[in-house]
Write a protein that binds this ligand. Structure first.
Ligand code: KG4
Ligand code: ZN
Length: 341
């Protein structure tokens, strides 16, 4: 009898997480992530170290994903991998591995755009989670990306706006560094912000046309503010840490929500799906909950393991492409700059 299930092995290696997942159709059987701790001491991702760590991690991570899923290599229907965007040295590890494995097993190879995967992660089937229906707006916010995308169908997406400089996660991490918090500072800013006054220190919001974002000016104004205040009072940061964090977070959320509201107004679409590591932030979650009751939006946030970089999101795209016979040729190569097609 013919096996009805499609088993996809998915590989993600675009930045500093080595991840492998096994999907049975649109359901996750395993989703293993090896996070590279090495970057913490440098205060940011070091590309050379990232590719080396991917090379060390990729075989054990794939072994573990297959073992957890209880799927043998010979049961796999296809291999999906992140082609880009990301760090070239990191992408090459996953791309080469995926190509070799698909060749060896004589099964199809499927390339996946990482940004499209963050969005389509909403279609991974999970109990108690509903997928958005088309059309919807996707806000992808992480350490590497900040985008508003209108999603008309699985493979019909259009970028409405994106950051012109730093990503929103970088804005959190870089300002956290200014006040002496360890990398990545985003979750710590969030934690401290909950005990602070969001209106203690007003920071200027950038004036950026359309639906694009800019966060580098905010970082600079926070730096100058801190320099000014600590010159007057060396204990300024220590004595006001919670208020500073609350004010930073408030400004960033205001910027994000301002653009989202503009996108809703322009498109008439009130279904909002968010993804990326920053969707863990309590401020954005609260702002979205308020928009549901006050503005009639419907918001979608996937399980946190599907928000941060992971291979299950690559696997769901692999499955959706497999159904449509969208396979890649063995001549394919990684693409560091890869806009959503
Ligand atoms: O998606 P992700 O794990 O990796 C990529 O950057 O692709 O996102 C990590 C980013 C970091 O910048 C981190 O500081 C931020 O997400 N982050 C947060 C929170 N949790 C993670 N930022 C603000 N508040 C949080 N609770
Ligand atoms: Zn990502």
């Amino acid at each position: 009898m013919k096996n009805q299930n499609i088993y996809i092995l998915a590989i993600e290696s675009s930045c500093d997480d080595t991840s492998a997942a096994v999907m049975s159709n649109d359901t996750t059987l395993s989703n293993v992530v090896a996070t590279q701790k090495i970057h913490e001491e440098y205060g940011g991702v070091v590309p050379e170290l990232a590719s080396r760590a991917h090379q060390q991690n990729i075989v054990p991570v794939i072994h573990q994903a297959l073992a957890k899923a209880k799927i043998g290599k010979n049961q796999l229907s296809a291999i999906a991998f992140t082609r880009g965007p990301g760090l070239m040295g990191s992408l090459l590890v996953g791309t080469s591995f995926a190509k070799s494995m698909a060749l060896g097993l004589e099964i199809p190879l499927i390339e996946v755009n990482h940004m499209q995967a963050h969005i389509l992660a909403h279609f991974i089937k999970e109990e108690d989670f509903n997928a958005p229906s088309f059309p919807f707006l996707a806000l992808t916010i992480s350490g590497g990306h900040t985008q508003i995308v209108v999603v008309r169908d699985y493979f019909d997406m259009e970028i409405l706006g994106e950051t012109l400089d730093d990503a929103v996660g970088e804005a959190f991490d870089k300002t956290a560094k200014i006040i002496g918090l360890p990398y990545p500072g985003g979750p710590l800013v969030d934690k401290l912000a909950q005990k602070g006054d969001a209106h203690a220190f007003p920071f200027p919001k950038p004036k950026v046309k359309g639906l694009n974002f800019s966060f580098s000016g905010l970082k600079t104004s926070i730096l100058y503010f801190i320099q000014r205040e600590t010159a007057k009072d060396p204990d300024f940061i220590k004595d006001h840490k919670e208020d500073i964090c609350a004010s930073i977070q408030y400004t960033i959320i205001e910027i994000l929500m301002g653009k989202l509201k503009k996108a809703v107004k322009e498109t008439g679409i009130k279904q909002i799906a968010i993804g990326g590591g920053v969707s863990a932030n309590s401020g954005i979650r609260e702002a979205l909950r308020n928009a549901e009751s006050e503005l009639g939006w419907t918001t979608y946030i996937p399980k946190f393991e599907y928000c941060t970089d992971n291979a299950a999101m690559i696997g769901i795209v692999g499955y959706l492409k497999y159904r449509e016979g969208k396979f890649s040729d063995q001549s394919i190569s990684a693409k560091a700059r890869y806009v959503i097609p």
